[in-house]
Design a protein around this ligand. Structure first.
Ligand SMILES: O=C(O)C1=C[C@@H](OP(=O)(O)O)[C@@H](O)[C@H](O)C1
Ligand SMILES: C=C(OP(=O)(O)O)C(=O)O
Length: 427
């Protein structure tokens, strides 16, 4: 498709779609709870639809009446052996978290995904799950999908485990397994990562204790159905936060954005760069707020250390932001970007360099020179939604040249209405 270029400004208000991480987990906990869970403002992106499809295959009734998604929970003991292979699509969150769910189920299941997912390492979950008594195997020494899993007939062994990577997906997979273990598990994070799984255990009436990076969770708990209202996804809002800051003559008001503190690294970065961002209407219960951004002069910054997991999915569009700062921005400690839907260090650098940026990829990040005039190019998402949306925002700064985006349908993974929302905000 041909992307919009030469934007005269972005103005107006937007309610970004529901948080992807919370949407996945609302289906999982809804299925594992007893009773009927209603979910409002769920993200209907393809990744979340994959999770819904898998739980339907596991015998859970899930209805979408347009206004809300209704999940008829069956409890941990009510899941049924699937008749078909479980299709995880493009979703790392689905395959890793559901591995933890299936770990304690007394049946065999096979999980597979698309070409991108089939290249992503699953050994980070298979290694600790095996220690808990699960039979699970994948392809090559990294346990790439497809994965075959046979859960344990008897309660799993609890685990004491320090994560070698900063990953909410691995942490969450182990929490789901630990909930089906005979005793207390102790999981220690490398860095603090998004805590939606922990929050949701409490929301569904369960118990979990969190002390900094150390998490303790007991097996054998039962969950009670509840009502979930999903806040907007800050990872989706990120594209419009950056657009509002770098496109001249812009002012954007983003409503109902999730501001869980484990996700707000991008706000810290924008503030460090001197961006004009205000936070209002803070709802402490829903952990959401209104974020307003205006066109700004930006300074460079260094992004590294424990902020990285708090903005990991935003780094592609943060790299674009840095191309417009008045100096050099350095991103470090972000080697995890290499094992996302694409190698996001290489692919982001290649894409933005093809558009006239000056980015040097490094082993664990990027060195980004600022004040680049962006130019026309042909870009391929390579199946990565965040690459596609970053390209679409970058092209707003291109004058009198074309930007063509190939495989743009990848954006439906996390933000099906992205192009409609963008069109509505153009001056
Ligand atoms: O737990 C989650 O919902 C997610 C965790 C992160 O992945 P990792 O755990 O692999 O860092 C993130 O990149 C992904 O988009 C969603
Ligand atoms: C990495 C992502 O998701 P997942 O790991 O679930 O595929 C993402 O949404 O950017």
């Amino acid at each position: 498709m041909k992307l919009q270029t030469s934007a005269a400004g972005l103005r107006g208000q937007l309610k970004v779609p529901g948080d992807k991480s919370i949407s996945h987990r609302s289906i999982m906990f809804g299925a594992l709870a007893h009773g009927v869970t209603r979910v409002h403002d769920i993200l209907r992106g393809e990744d979340v639809l994959s999770t819904m499809g898998v739980f339907r295959e596991l015998g859970v009734k899930i209805e979408d009446n347009g206004a809300e998604v209704v999940i008829h929970g069956v409890g941990f003991k009510g899941l049924q052996a699937p008749k078909n292979k479980l299709d995880m699509g493009n979703s790392g969150t689905s395959i890793r978290l559901i591995s933890g769910v299936l770990a304690g189920q007394p049946f065999m299941a096979e999980m597979f995904g698309d070409d991108s997912l089939s290249k992503r390492p699953m050994d980070r979950v298979t290694v600790p799950l095996r220690q808990m008594g699960v039979t699970i195997s994948g392809q090559t020494d990294r346990d790439l999908p497809p994965l075959k899993i046979t859960g344990s007939e008897v309660p799993l062994k609890p685990i004491t485990y320090t994560l070698p990577v900063a990953s909410a997906q691995v942490k969450s997979a182990l929490i789901f397994a630990a909930l089906q273990a005979d005793g207390e598990s102790v999981i220690t994070e490398k860095e603090i990562t998004r805590n939606h799984t922990e929050d949701m255990i409490a929301q569904f009436g369960g118990k979990i204790s969190v002390n900094g990076k150390e998490i303790r969770v007991k097996g054998g708990q039962t969950f009670t159905a509840t009502e979930v209202v999903v806040p907007g996804d800050i990872s989706s809002a990120a594209f419009f936060l950056v657009a509002g800051l770098i496109v001249p003559n812009s002012e954007l008001i983003l409503k109902n954005v999730g501001i869980n503190e484990t996700r707000t690294g991008i706000i810290d970065v924008i503030q460090a760069m001197g961006g004009d961002l205000t936070i209002s209407d803070v709802n402490h219960v829903a952990k959401s707020a209104t974020l307003t951004v205006k066109t700004s002069k930006l300074q460079p910054t260094d992004i590294f250390g424990d902020i990285i997991p708090r903005l990991i999915d935003e780094l592609p569009v943060i790299a674009l932001l840095a191309t417009q700062a008045n100096g050099t921005t350095i991103i470090r400690d972000a080697e995890e970007l290499k094992v996302k839907e694409t190698d996001r260090i290489q692919v982001v650098a290649d894409m933005l360099n093809a558009m006239g940026a000056d980015i040097t990829p490094t082993a664990d990040g990027m060195i980004i020179k600022g004040q680049s005039q962006l130019t026309g190019a042909v870009i391929n998402t390579q199946g990565d939604h965040r690459i596609g949306m970053t390209a679409a925002i970058a092209s707003l700064l291109v004058d009198d040249e074309e930007v063509i985006l190939e495989r743009s349908e990848a954006i439906r993974t996390s933000y099906p209405s992205f192009f409609d929302d963008l069109a509505d905000l153009l001056v």
